[in-house]
Design a protein around this ligand. Structure first.
Ligand SMILES: [Zn+2]
Length: 324
């Protein structure tokens, strides 16, 4: 089966995230998971965001949940010594990311929507989002690896596997792989419209996923490309079975977000990326001065058609009850 509309309705937390009024429940808090125990390292350039080992992460998620955050997006940060050409660690069911997924599922059941990043760049030694042959990122072989990673996350307990790579045809391939492995209630969030943006800097530092050579311009979208390209990518992914369509970054592409929201039938998410977050944190040092700025940004996403916002601001919004 290509499209299973029931996936988005499977749990109450999924329904509230995707179909409720725009509120705190529409926000997703990203997390960076590292190996070890009692690790809680602040991320350079992203005040308030930490790389955490699984034990600390569980406490953080519990505290966030107490304040009303019921959706998380997990990025595994992999040690250099464990990276290789094939991104082997990314689909290793014993990895700390897989342990995190399992432990969150065990601790919170269906109360938390677990979204997991599916890409190769955090686990390849060259830092690219796909496999590299003769200096080129090859498409179809990369998609095969993405499918293996996605199924391994589903097996660990992910609600949505989030394809952030921008390879062609990966949504239908991942859907097919999930079906084959009998993960019929696991959804696919697709980074359908992802630009080769200069706003990702702090994230790459945090996820340790910068490419060793070249850039991401052969797969991520050109910043000068028009609405046609964005709508094409979004509709393609929808036709391939994506359950959620993502636009990334957010603030510089609100117009694109609106075009995409008008063009697809599936819920639309937007990623309020690290560079956007850093701009706010640098320009408004105290929470009181940030409050109006952050709420205005969230309102702009809602107005432009977002059902879901992935944002590093989620925790502060929740803790201060800036949005209910
Ligand atoms: Zn990537």
């Amino acid at each position: 089966m290509k499209t299973r509309p029931r996936i988005n309705r499977w749990t109450e937390a999924r329904r509230e995230l995707l179909f409720g009024d725009f509120s705190l429940k529409s926000l997703v808090q990203p997390h960076f998971v590292v190996q070890g125990s009692r690790v809680d390292n602040p991320v350079h350039g992203m005040e308030g965001i930490h790389q955490q080992s699984v034990d600390v992460l569980i406490e953080t998620i519990r505290n966030d949940a107490d304040h009303g955050i019921h959706a998380v997006m997990l990025f595994g940060v992999i040690d250099h010594s464990e990276k290789d050409e094939q991104a082997t660690k990314a689909s290793d069911s014993t990895s700390h990311l897989h342990q995190a997924i399992k432990q969150i599922k065990d601790a919170f059941g269906d109360l938390i929507v677990i979204m997991t990043d599916v890409c190769l760049c955090t686990a390849t030694d060259h830092g690219h989002c796909g496999l590299v042959e003769h200096g080129h990122i090859v498409n179809d072989a990369s998609v095969e690896r993405l499918c293996e990673i996605a199924v391994s996350h589903a097996e660990a307990g992910a609600d949505f596997v989030c394809a952030s790579d921008m390879m062609d045809g990966r949504v239908s391939a991942i859907r097919h792989a999930l079906e084959k492995a009998n993960h019929t209630s696991t959804g696919v969030l697709s980074y359908s419209v992802k630009y080769a943006s200069s706003f990702y800097g702090p994230f790459r530092h945090s996820a340790d996923s910068s490419p060793e050579f070249g850039d991401r311009s052969t797969h991520q979208m050109n910043i000068n490309s028009g609405y046609g390209e964005a709508v094409l990518e979004a509709k393609l992914d929808e036709s391939e079975g994506a359950d959620i369509i993502m636009v990334k970054p957010g603030l510089p592409y609100l117009d694109v977000l609106r075009q995409v929201a008008n063009s697809v039938h599936r819920p639309v998410a937007v990623y309020n990326v690290s560079g956007e977050y850093a701009m706010v944190m640098n320009s408004a040092k105290d929470p009181e001065s940030r409050k109006n700025m952050v709420c205005e940004i969230m309102t702009s996403f809602k107005r432009a058609g977002a059902d879901v916002v992935v944002t590093y601001h989620a925790r502060e919004i929740a803790q201060n009850a800036w949005m209910l």
